[in-house]
Design a protein around this ligand. Sequence first.
Ligand code: SF4
Length: 364
Amino acid sequence: MNLYDLAPAQLEQVLGEIVSPPFRVKQIEEWMHVRGAASFEAMTNLPRDVRAALAERFTISFPEVLTRTEPAQDGSQKYLFRLHDGQRIESVYMPMGERTSVCLSSQAGCAVGCTFCVTGFFGPGRNIAPSEMLGQFFTIRSEKQIPADHMNVVFMGMGEPLLNFENLVTTLDVLYRSMSPRRVTVSTSGIIPGIDDLARLERRPNLAVSINAPDRKRREEIMPITAKYPLDELMASLRRFPLEKGRDLTIEYVLLAGYNDAPRDAVALAKLIRGTHAKVNAIPFNPDPNLPEWMKRPGDAAIDRFVDTLVQNGVRVTVRRSKGREIAAACGQLRGKEIAKSRATAGRPLRTASGPASEADSRR
Ligand code: SF4
């Protein structure tokens, strides 16, 4: 059993059965959940025989780092991890002045199938265990030597976190040992039952929802999940999501040139989100050879027009312009390159960009 798969209360119970006195249990819990120890050996204030007894019964291990990209101009860096069964997941380290954000994956693939997303292109993968989510966090935190109170965590990497709800909640419980829930954001494609489950948690993270189109028809084209969870019902779930004082929802909006970036789309988006206490995070699309050719990043002038129109309509907006930050929006690309490489080596064809592009063009 990997002890990092247990929530703090479960860990105390399991350890309490074999470790005494009780303060030793507290020490171990702190070594793991606060300091992120990657081995029992590292727990230097525990007697040797306690460490040996733990190592005989349990493991505490994290996924292995396979690749780190060169840091981008702003210092952002992408990590590719290998899980114990050979699956690969990505995380992103994003320094932002005083604070540092780490973007984590929650599944080793994704069944949601958003058409602008490389992870969606490569299809479903298994749920990631808490130890695998925490491993991304603790590995990057320790490599970059980031003080815990300087960190933000966003679940915006590969996968739909609300489709891995139980493991997500265990992971959140551990993260909250060293950081406030206000520093943690869960980003969803709009899984309504998951949003309602999140709303019932006593300690809620921030909620970000990927909207990407101001009307149901276009949203369903690029986010097929809309057929299951319609846009109007999704907006109703956001309106009933409880927000403490000073907290906002985030609406993510990937800008696709000529598709959803016109000023009239900004007006429609402003109308759609009215009453949700939300700010918009506009994310210019990041092209990838696996994604439809018609999907292009808008020019700076179009981005400015879109953002200005939102502001004129009373919406608070941030826009991700820097290259490094975009790597978070493009999570799955590094793993995508790996998969493409291994398929090419095995002589298996990849779907070409022109296939889905013509399909998408005909739908527009
Ligand atoms: S954007 Fe998120 S929910 Fe959509 S396919 Fe990609 S990983 Fe899945």
